[in-house]
Design a binder for this molecule. Sequence first.
Ligand SMILES: Cc1ncc(COP(=O)(O)O)c(C=O)c1O
Length: 325
Amino acid sequence: MINNKFSLGFFPTPFQPLKKLSEKYADYNLFIKRDDHTGLASGGNKTRKLEYLIQDAINKGCDTIITAGAQQSNHCRQTIAACAVANLECHLMLGGEAPEQYNGNLLLSSLLGAHIHFTGENRKGEDSEVLKERLEKKGKKCYVIPIGGSNNVGALGFTYAVKELKEQLSEQDLHMDYIFFASSSGATQAGLLLGIELFDLKTELIPINIDKEHTNGLSLDEVVLNLVNGGKKILNIKKEYTLKDTVVNKDYDKSGYAVLTENEKFAINELAKTEAILLDPVYTGRAFYGMLDYLKKKKLKQNSNVLFWHTGGLPALFSYPDVLK
Ligand SMILES: Cc1ncc(COP(=O)(O)O)c(C=O)c1O
């Protein structure tokens, strides 16, 4: 299964220095990995996960995908895009009530042909099994993808992303001391953790927590540990992991999920105006702010190489006009 994936994106994604920003934060050399350029209806980290998930669904003979998220879910937008390409029916269970007008990711999900179900307070797939039963009574064979595509199959996308980055670094004879990224449903982090072990990339991961609400009573650290322990069996990794390995930084999530504060605004404007790179208001804006805060407070080794892994999310920006300062 490991090498069996459905090709959906543009890889390797660009790896580039942030030259102007590195001049501003002069103690550090800043770089970015552009998973906002993975393709699949406007890019994002889910392309990597969906290459494995969609292939798994096809291998299991499924014809219908069910997944869930918030109305501005990037994961849902990319899942329907993948389904359009792979000829699968796609049902999205989105939190809240139907808005009068669709915008951002919701507009794109609808444009791409998703069957959209609004699920009120439930934005984490709580109702997936009920929908699955209903559709299977009508003869469909359903494959349920958890929120964010975060299971052991999805995580493989980020395990192999480490190999891609390692090759880019070796070409330029570079080493990254730290990698910052947004962590929310856990498989990006779990995949990267397994990848750095499997491909022996010496670096420190600094995941920034996005959503302070816990899933199924588990902290994100625990969710990631479970994913890592499942994934290491598939990949035959011997290392023993504990919660110390899966710590997520929770200093920047206090305003709550998808709430745009001065922090995200600052980060989004800073990167847009120095490097002309667009962050999103929910995930990368928050994580990039976290990284800038580390830099400002000089929490990292002087002169170190710091990578921000851009995980996409551009369409959500169009539903946040308040982002202008
Ligand atoms: C743009 C963006 N960045 C980061 C994440 C977090 O990735 P993960 O859910 O794998 O933790 C998500 C999705 O949840 C996302 O849409």
